[in-house]
Design a protein. Structure first.
Length: 137
């Protein structure tokens, strides 16, 4: 499947496969590729649930304060309001497919794709707050 959009978020390629505009806002589907050690910081969403499917590679998934191992074919879910993240723990690039409900989170990722850390940290936090995203340590 050809992506509708392709951009990088902090160096990691994100492909939008199904945009929320095509589902009436009910969902979106995307992939994110991560190098070894890559993945987003721990965070939570006020508005979206996410389901993660490992396409290739070895990942760890943080949810409810604990880490679990995920390999190709494994699935994990994060309910809105829960702190979660994923990280590539393999020796090669990995790819994860993410189903988001409702849609709209892909717009957030595209908006922050132009930012550079740490210089744009205040902009990141302001945009994140607007989308109901908060970061944890």
């Amino acid at each position: 499947m050809e992506p509708l959009k392709l951009f990088k978020v902090f160096g990691e390629p994100v492909e939008i496969l199904i945009a929320s505009e095509t589902t009436g806002g009910s969902s979106a589907v995307m992939t994110q590729a991560s190098p070894p050690g890559g993945g987003p910081p721990p965070h939570s969403h006020q508005n979206e649930d996410e389901t993660f499917y490992v396409v290739k590679g070895d990942y760890e998934f943080l949810h409810n304060g604990g880490w679990s191992k995920l390999s190709a074919g494994d699935v994990a879910h994060a309910k809105r309001g829960s702190t979660h993240t994923f990280r590539n723990v393999g020796n090669a690039d990995g790819k994860i497919l993410i189903f988001i409900s409702p849609g709209g989170f892909e717009k957030y990722l595209e908006e922050i794709s132009v930012l550079s850390m740490p210089d744009d940290m205040q902009r990141l936090l302001a945009i994140s707050a607007r989308y109901g995203i908060s970061f944890s340590t």
